[in-house]
Design a protein around this ligand. Structure first.
Ligand SMILES: NC(=O)c1ccc[n+]([C@@H]2O[C@H](COP(=O)([O-])OP(=O)(O)OC[C@H]3O[C@@H](n4cnc5c(N)ncnc54)[C@H](O)[C@@H]3O)[C@@H](O)[C@H]2O)c1
Length: 247
């Protein structure tokens, strides 16, 4: 177990399945208390029960992260029940491929809000508490879509570009407060429900279990302003990672 993380609080969004579930499980393994935020309340209860059965401390909170008020209420509940998090990992996202001709403003806003608006609200809520606590670590899940363009990603793509921009600003502002802010991206295709809906059969042949990427997220949770910050970190399937300095 990590001495830095044991007994500390983590918030993981999109924790009901896929990569978020793998990150939450790894944090419980490090002895952290983990707040699990997801819209899938049914699965979330099962995940929390599984983590508790394994001796962990988990707090399931059902939330629609596309909704500002719901998101604020969820993070307020975490702060009230667990106190200040050592780590916030905003991993939830929605990718529905639609062309510019097809997409409506409402659909566009929903994807953008889950990715970018929620990143802002969650980070704003923990920012002052983290300063008062002497530091912390914030991680946003990015993607190849955070720096390259892809067709039919009219919402997801600018959302991922947006969180990389927010990450760079907050990494600079967080330095004096000992807060690390990084973006992370899977350095390998991962076997998750999102991939199942969007990957080609060729990509599915080389996808990996998201649990193999978890060590990079343990390393990221351990960071503060004196460590790795302002980077895009690609979590690799061999348990290591590649970090690109974006500041
Ligand atoms: N799958 C990949 O290969 C891949 C590649 C690059 C980046 N990513 C990023 O990794 C992260 C995790 O991806 P994944 O493949 O595990 O995705 P996933 O779709 O399997 O899981 C996403 C989770 O977010 C939750 N979620 C969706 N909308 C929500 C909402 N409105 N409110 C609350 N929760 C909501 C879902 O219920 C789900 O549990 C995402 O940010 C994704 O963009 C994934």
């Amino acid at each position: 177990m990590s001495e830095k993380l044991q007994g500390q609080v983590a918030v993981v969004t999109g924790a009901a399945q896929g990569l978020g579930y793998a990150i939450a499980k790894a944090y419980v393994g490090e002895g952290m208390k983990v707040a699990l935020l997801d819209i899938r309340g049914d699965i979330l209860q099962e995940v929390a029960a599984e983590l508790k059965d394994a001796g962990g401390d988990a707090l399931p909170i059902t939330v629609d992260l596309s909704d500002a008020g719901d998101t604020q209420a969820a993070i307020d509940a975490v702060l009230a029940q667990y106190g200040t998090p050592r780590a916030l990992v905003h991993n939830a996202a929605l990718l529905i491929t639609r062309s510019m001709l097809e997409i409506t403003l409402e659909q566009w806003q929903r994807e953008i809000n889950i990715i970018l608006q929620a990143a802002f609200i969650l980070s704003k809520a923990v920012w002052k508490p983290m300063i008062d606590a002497g530091g912390g670590s914030i991680v946003y899940l990015s993607s190849g879509s955070g720096y390259k363009g892809f067709i039919e990603e009219v919402a997801y793509n600018p959302g991922k570009h947006g969180i990389e921009g927010l990450m760079k600003c907050l990494a600079l502002e967080g330095a004096e407060h000992n807060i690390a802010v990084n973006a992370a991206t899977p350095g390998a295709p991962i076997n998750t429900p999102m991939s199942d809906s969007n990957y080609t059969e060729a990509q599915k042949k080389r996808w990996v279990d998201p649990a193999m990427l978890a060590p990079a997220f343990v390393m990221l949770a351990e960071q503060d302003g004196s460590g790795l910050t302002g980077h895009r970190v690609a979590a690799r399937a061999d348990g290591k990672w590649d970090a690109i300095d974006l500041l």
